[in-house]
Write a protein that binds this ligand. Structure first.
Ligand code: TYM
Length: 326
């Protein structure tokens, strides 16, 4: 039986935070390790150009994300790991998709509206066309499923719309990709738990390589204030993180305290910081070791791009044939 194909990517705009880890990277590693799928995981360096960036920082973050993929458990022998910009077919197919996607479909994307609001002086065409490039990233590999966090569900839906439109207009090329989780995850900001944790607001983020002291400081400052109904979105977020990273004893203890109404946020924060620091201890060491070996990372990426191109080239050939490009 043919193996399922799974594909996903993460932008190279900064190192990864705990939302990226739980919403994406952790699932990548689980899918890879269950051995039932062909896995393609890339770093979306071209998407990183859609918001303000510094070339030196972009290069640094790209290598950091590669090191983080591997330190978290992605294995270049089991998964194809590559940079989006090193497989030119992504940009070429994106152009084709931009030419068949109505402007209105791009303008209605929540992420475009949010980012346009955040970067009022830099609303570039790339920001608007972001989902067309993302659809190209996906559809080039004809994956069965795409593991992403909740905030990307609308973009995956648009890639299905684009696939359908292309197939109807020019003939069947693309299967429609599915979300990986039935209920994708959303980890909230530590500073404002009504917003998602986001790389564009580093204060709100717990980075997965943060040192134990930094983790403790950030969690200590996390907002846990109750709203008018006596609920605390911040406490829910922290308990959610405890469910993922906490020791069994801590999870039971704090859930009981919450049910009895005796939850002490200071104790919860201390326990959570200890558990998260412990969870990523090995990861932090591995990441440092990998960053000290840039030639190894370059080798992984070279090999990954070569393997990715084998698939991407074939899909682009089909597309060109269907649309009449010689
Ligand atoms: P990026 O870098 O913004 O996010 C990478 C992944 O992390 C997830 N994520 C979260 N999950 C839970 N809670 C959060 N607070 C949180 N913040 C981020 C995102 O949903 C995503 O899965 N556009 C993609 C990158 C991309 C891509 C693709 C993904 C480009 N092309 C093709 C899949 C397929 C993105 O959001 O990156």
């Amino acid at each position: 039986m043919k193996k399922e194909r799974i594909l996903s990517g993460i932008r190279a705009t900064s190192k990864l935070h705990i939302g990226n880890y739980l919403g994406a990277l952790k699932q990548f590693v689980e899918i890879q390790n269950n051995g039932e799928a062909q896995c393609y995981f890339f770093i979306a360096d071209l998407h990183a150009l859609t918001t303000p960036f510094e070339p030196k920082e972009l290069r640094k973050h790209t290598l950091e994300v590669v090191a983080e993929y591997i330190a978290a458990g992605l294995d270049p022998k089991k998964s194809v790991i590559f940079l989006q910009n090193q497989v030119h077919e992504h940009s070429e197919l994106a152009w084709v998709f931009e030419c068949i996607t109505p402007l209105g479909e791009l303008e209605r994307m929540t992420q475009f509206k949010d980012k346009a609001q955040q970067h009022k002086t830099n609303i570039n065409a790339g920001l608007l066309c972001y989902p067309a490039l993302m659809s190209a990233d996906i559809l080039l590999y004809k994956p069965n499923k795409v593991p992403v966090g909740d905030d990307q569900t609308q973009h995956i839906e648009l890639s299905r719309i684009i696939a359908r439109k292309f197939n109807k207009q020019f003939g069947q090329v693309f299967p429609e990709p599915k979300n990986y989780l039935l209920k994708p995850l959303r980890i909230m900001s530590l500073a404002d738990p009504t917003k998602k944790m986001s790389k564009s607001d580093p204060k709100s983020c717990l980075f997965i390589d943060d040192e134990p002291n930094t983790i403790r400081e950030k969690i200590k400052k996390a907002v846990t204030a109750t709203d008018g109904t006596g609920k605390s979105a911040g406490a829910e977020n922290l308990l959610g993180l405890l469910a993922h990273f906490g020791s069994h004893a801590h999870i039971e203890h704090f859930n009981d305290m919450q049910q009895m109404g005796t939850l002490k946020f200071s104790e919860l924060k201390e326990a959570l910081a200890t558990d998260i620091a412990e969870h990523f201890a090995e990861f932090r060491e591995k990441k440092k070791e990998l960053l000290a070996r840039p030639e190894y990372l370059a080798e992984v990426l070279g090999e990954g791009a070569r393997k990715a191109r084998e698939v991407a080239r074939e899909t682009l050939r089909e597309v060109k044939e269907k649309i009449g490009l010689l």
